[in-house]
Design a protein around this ligand. Sequence first.
Ligand code: NDP
Length: 237
Amino acid sequence: MNDFTGKNVLVLGGSRGIGAAIVRRFSKGGAAVAFTYAGSENAAQALGLETGAQAIKANSADRDALTSTVASRGVLDVIVINAGTLVMGDPLALAADDIDNMIDVNVRAPYHAAVEAARRMNPNGRIIIIGSVNGDRMPFAGGAAYAMTKSAVQGMVRGLARDFGDRGITVNSIQPGPTDSDMNPAEGPMASMMHGFMAIKRHAKPSEIAEFAAFIAGPNGAIITGAMHTIDGGFGA
Ligand code: NDP
């Protein structure tokens, strides 16, 4: 298991689901971990008590709150930008404000947070953005805007890897497929439809995504950059 003793790690959107698993993994590895949340006060406080990580209330849709939180953590070794929202349905019926908020959280926030982190990041730092296999494949109706936000992450990762590579900073996206969380419960109404697209017909566990984040953040990740790493049970195959 990669050891992160002495490392300064920030997870954006860490109170629940995949983000909480990532907070647990880096905390267990010995890192000094802080994480943000927007609404889940109780879950955030409980996770802080469980792991020793510091919970910070900061809405990723609020650019000033976001960038000042990133700056307040000083010289980071790892930033994992996980916070995301999912708005799905008939595009003719969805509220435009909900779509714009999703774009703020899923696209604008990762870009501004990654840049702010890189201003003072350690050499060999790691920027990891949680995208989605839907950035590659959207095999059912109702997900156009969500897929658009996750495709945008791909361009961001490729470009920022070029911008920060001379400092040894890597920039990668992990693209989960269906993963058990409040956003996409393994027993939810959409589960069997999604399993129909998969070679291994089950939701991933959040810990399986977190373990890959730890691999990329560890010493063996030094040459891995500008890449999308899909963990999806073959959803996109
Ligand atoms: P959950 O809805 O279970 O958890 C989302 C987390 O992000 C929570 O900790 C939430 O905090 C935080 N968050 C959401 N909006 C904001 C915001 N505006 N500001 C700060 N924090 C915020 O989602 P998942 O764990 O399932 O998803 C995590 C990431 O993985 C997302 O980017 C998602 O798109 C991606 N993903 C998930 C898949 C899945 O099947 N689960 C598949 C592919 C990608 P709080 O509740 O405190 O606001």
